[in-house]
Design a binder for this molecule. Structure first.
Ligand code: HEM
Ligand code: HEM
Length: 465
């Protein structure tokens, strides 16, 4: 059987349903394209003659991979789900599905432009995760502002007095992203050492103040909803929100430990990286405690295992990040593949699993259509075994590289040591991409029927929204 409450299925107005599904469907398209490109990048590292074309050289496919998976997959999926969550928790239809759809198309336009320009070698140079030329960045910014406005107007029109904790996180993410984007594109912030500090600020806050905020916002709705019980502690949720806001903005310099960035700024970043344990464990503790006594539901549900895995991924990989920030560890790990392992443990093990859990848990309620539980299981295991293979292999590669460098050995020694692990990363990547194909089939199985979708069923299951 499925998630509790699925029988009561479709529970939102038809326009909200359609636009939410369109976001999820486009996110799936970008996931397939973006991770296939990631796979090409991976193969090239142990088989450099593979696809020897300029437009598929490693320096071009890498930013194409990161921009598509970060902005095309993770952002798209989480924005679509967030629009649904703000509407449901406010007990009103989405303020303007039409505007949300316009934002979706602007977003797709920017992504397509980003893919073509990056593969053609047109970019802003070594500005990680913001390699797109500025006209594309402007289109993307317009899309984010429109989505944020639609979310805000929906919450403002709510029929309940309180703002549910999900909406704190979601609106927080929409408020913070424009600040981040402006700082990272304004030309007078992009010179000399200041550019390095801005790069660290942008990279980490995109992760912490955008992806993490939206993923937690969606989790605070989806988990209680699927379990049919209220969240363990509202107060812990709010504590997590404010401490995330307190500690995250100042940890960017931990990307540049031992660099010419002022020593005090590096030390502050390390200290605040330790502080990050408060929101991380408040958030995961709170959401995992919500599962207390709900083991049966987890066993019966095909969505909850993704959400549990995502939460475990969040706590473990963030704790790994805190350890990596210490100078004693960073001296061995910085510049190595270990950080790539951390990136995938977080962006895949946390963000992507949460997005999948929410898609499987919420979309059938919207459309009244379910995927085959067997196919969802195949997706889960391919993705989990794939990402574990990827992360373990590439972390070992990183440790071997770090040990070789600190021992003062020649660079080629570290390359020879890491090479077998790059092959294992490709094997893990193949499983992951296989899982994404199954996910795409499952999304197709959940598509809304052509007929009108039934009206809301407002008496949910005792969650405050
Ligand atoms: C307590 C929370 C966290 C801490 C203290 C932390 C710490 C770190 C550190 C120290 C690095 C840089 C390592 C180096 O280059 O030497 C790093 C990189 C990175 N982290 Fe985290 N991390 C945390 C959580 C997260 C989360 C939740 C995400 C994703 C949602 C994330 C995504 C990334 C990514 C993508 C990079 C690579 C950035 C690059 O391209 O250089 N981290 N993290
Ligand atoms: C939704 C899934 C994925 C997300 C969100 C994701 C995210 C990322 C991020 C943030 C980076 C930058 C890492 C850093 O600089 O520390 C990266 C790099 C990379 N990813 Fe992925 N990735 C995903 C799936 C995959 C898959 C399936 C593969 C296939 C093997 C892959 C292969 C790579 C490679 C080869 C790099 C470049 C690493 C390097 O520069 O040495 N990724 N990815």
């Amino acid at each position: 059987m499925r998630d509790p409450g699925l029988v009561a299925a479709p529970s939102a107005d038809a326009a909200t349903v359609r636009v939410t599904f369109e976001y999820v469907a486009w996110a799936t398209v970008w996931l397939l394209v973006g991770t296939t490109i990631g796979l090409i990048a991976s193969i090239k590292l142990h088989w450099p003659e593979f696809l020897p074309y300029a437009w598929l050289s490693f320096g071009r496919v890498r930013p194409a991979h990161t921009s598509l998976v970060l902005l095309g997959w993770a952002s798209h999926a989480l924005v679509g789900l967030s629009l649904y969550v703000v509407s449901r928790t406010s007990r009103v239809p989405l303020w303007s599905p039409r505007l949300a759809r316009i934002a979706l198309w602007l977003w797709n336009l920017a992504l397509l432009g980003g893919l073509v320009t990056l593969l053609a070698g047109v970019n802003r140079g070594p500005q990680e995760y913001r390699e797109w030329v500025w006209p594309l960045a402007v289109i993307l910014a317009a899309a984010v502002l429109i989505d944020g406005y639609v979310a805000y107007r929906t919450v403002a029109a709510r029929t309940l007095p309180e703002v549910y904790v999900s909406n704190w996180y979601i609106l927080g993410g929409f408020c913070y992203l424009p600040i981040l984007y402006v700082t990272s594109y304004l030309p007078f912030y992009q010179a000399g050492l200041g550019n390095t500090v801005v790069a660290g600020y942008y990279m980490h806050n995109a992760m912490g103040m955008w992806f993490t905020q939206l993923a937690l916002g969606v989790s605070y709705y989806a988990i209680p909803r699927l379990l049919g019980r209220p969240v363990y502690s509202y107060a812990l949720g709010v504590l997590g929100f404010w401490t995330n806001l307190l500690f995250y903005p100042l940890i960017g310099a931990h990307h540049f430990i031992f660099s010419p960035v002022p020593w005090w700024l590096q030390s502050t970043a390390i200290l605040f990286s330790v502080g990050m344990m408060v929101p991380v464990w408040a958030g995961t503790g709170n959401l995992l405690l919500t599962f207390k006594g709900g083991g049966g539901a987890v066993r019966r549900s095909y969505a909850l295992p993704f959400l549990v895995t995502g939460l475990i991924g969040y706590s473990l990989s963030s704790t790994q990040g805190t350890i990596e920030a210490f100078r004693t560890a960073n001296i061995y790990l910085h510049f190595t593949n270990f950080t790539v392992g951390h990136s995938h443990a977080t962006m895949y093990g946390f963000i992507t699993f949460i997005a999948w859990g929410a898609v499987y848990g919420l979309v059938p309620r919207l459309t009244g259509r379910e995927p085959s539980p067997l196919a969802v299981g195949v997706h889960f295991w391919l993705a989990l075994v794939g990402v574990l293979t990827y992360v373990i292999a590439i972390s070992i590669a990183g440790i071997l590289q770090g040990l070789a460098w600190v021992a003062g050995q020649s660079f080629i020694v570290s390359v020879i040591a890491a090479e077998p692990m790059w092959l294992w990363r490709t094997i893990g990547g193949l499983l992951m991409v296989g899982g994404h194909v199954v996910f795409a089939a499952n999304v197709w199985a959940m598509r809304p029927p052509r007929a009108t979708v039934p009206a809301p069923s407002p008496s949910a299951v005792g969650i405050p929204a």
